[in-house]
Design a protein around this ligand. Structure first.
Ligand code: CA
Length: 428
């Protein structure tokens, strides 16, 4: 049940202008310690090292996803669409607001390094001994479970999951707009108001009115452009790789019994694979950066060098190769070993598939990745059946991959490489 606030609360937002909070539960969730923690986690991880404006937090993104969802539902209700299950409003809004609450600091790299998953953490936080759980429990018995199952995509009404996470969901609409705004890259600017007006609840899922096809094409083009211009930016990837190497090295050292001059409890729990919800909630980017600054003078030369690189933005250089030639990689690795280099830390291969963001893939009905158009006769079509633009960018992956390496170290070793390997690093 919704419990309206006596007076609506608003947050000023550069992307949506205002974020409107009408319900007591939503207001109380925003004010929990767990949700406030998202202020200390950047939405785009290390992208601020490439685009200095990209300092926006997961807090602002989460409010944005909530606001878009609120606007969609308000429109459904205003138009009295009979296929929208009205009783699902609060659970949908809570799931939209909380969908990212389990993100860790520098989420992408930390998840890779420690084999964690933010969705699982979101569910653990919603179901754990937390303020969020308390507030959700007060709505009605079983309510936290309902919110968690929307996040886990197992909720019994797929239309609710559709709104929060699908090919055309409130999450993607907000991050495209927000990331474009804060990076200053214009490609992500989409007409969200128009898209929202074209959405229809239809037979248990969300579809798009056929006349909204061009707005959706625009949205998919924006997604495509942002992927290549921002999310897969080579400098951002370089900093993510260094982060991952730091975590990897620190864990290695911890397990081998190395004595750290500086250490903090939440990090120990991470290295031991014993993170509790309580420890997890203490992990934020301030803590990680404090550790890195301290570790930049650790005795271990690999750890101190990597931390100092990250803190002072001395990133690895890269060379782009296509296509991926396994034999060539083997040869490069061999020569790295022979020259006394360590391919584990001095040669990192990066390919586009290592990203949480993707360009649009049509097909794949089960994974909610389709975008369905509804024509005047009530016929449903998958967008790539009718749009040439969507067909041409759908699933398009460039074959390129990148080799990242510490420049000076490799330069010093160049003369000992074979000519074909030396050429890869020399021409750069
Ligand atoms: Ca999100």
């Amino acid at each position: 049940m919704m419990h309206p606030l006596n007076e609506e609360k608003v947050f000023k937002d550069p992307v949506h202008n205002y974020i409107h909070v009408e319900d007591t539960t939503i207001w109380r969730l925003i004010n929990t310690a767990e949700f406030q923690r998202l202020r200390r986690i950047r939405q785009l991880g290390t992208s601020y090292l490439t685009f200095h404006g990209a300092e926006h937090s997961r807090f602002s993104h989460s409010l944005g996803v909530y606001e878009i969802t609120r606007q969609i539902i308000a429109l459904f209700e205003r138009n009295n669409y009979s296929d929208w299950p009205k009783e699902e409003k609060l659970v949908t809004l809570c799931a939209a607001l909380l969908h990212d609450v389990g993100h860790g600091p520098f989420s992408h790299s930390i998840e890779e390094a420690f084999h964690m998953n933010h969705e699982e953490w979101t569910v653990r936080i919603i179901m754990g001994d937390t303020q969020i759980h308390d507030i959700l429990s007060q709505v009605e018995p079983g309510f936290p479970e309902r919110v968690a199952s929307v996040i886990g995509k197992t909720y019994h009404k797929p239309i609710v999951v559709n709104l929060v996470s699908s090919a055309l969901d409130a999450d993607r609409m907000d991050y495209l707009l927000r990331d474009a705004y804060y990076t200053g890259v214009n490609y992500g600017t989409i007409d969200v108001d128009r898209i929202i007006r074209m959405l229809r609840p239809h037979q248990g899922r969300i579809v798009v009115k056929e006349s909204g096809m061009h707005a959706v094409e625009d949205y998919l083009m924006a997604r495509y452009q942002m992927y290549w211009q921002v999310y897969f930016h080579p400098v951002t990837r370089s900093s993510e790789i260094i982060l991952r190497l730091i975590f990897q090295r620190a864990k290695e050292l911890y397990i081998s019994g190395y004595y750290f001059e500086f250490m903090m409890k939440p990090l120990v729990s991470l290295f031991k694979d014993e993170v509790t919800v309580e420890q997890y909630l203490k992990l934020d980017e301030a803590l990680i950066q404090t550790a890195f600054m301290q570790w930049s003078t650790e005795k271990d030369p690999i750890l101190s060098e990597l931390c100092s690189r990250f803190m002072h933005r001395r990133l690895y250089k890269y060379v782009e190769l296509e296509p991926l030639d396994r034999d060539m990689i083997h040869e490069i690795r061999d020569q790295f070993y022979q020259s006394g280099l360590d391919p584990k830390y001095d040669l990192i291969i990066d390919s586009p598939s290592d990203l949480p963001y993707d360009v649009f893939h049509s097909g794949d009905e089960a994974s909610q990745k389709q975008i369905i158009l509804l024509d005047r006769q009530g016929k449903l079509m998958e967008i790539s059946e009718v749009s040439d633009i969507v067909r041409s960018i759908s699933g398009l992956q460039r074959g390129k991959f990148r080799l990242y390496y510490p420049e000076q170290k490799i330069e010093a070793a160049l003369s000992s490489f074979s000519p074909s390997v030396a050429r890869i690093f020399k021409d750069n």
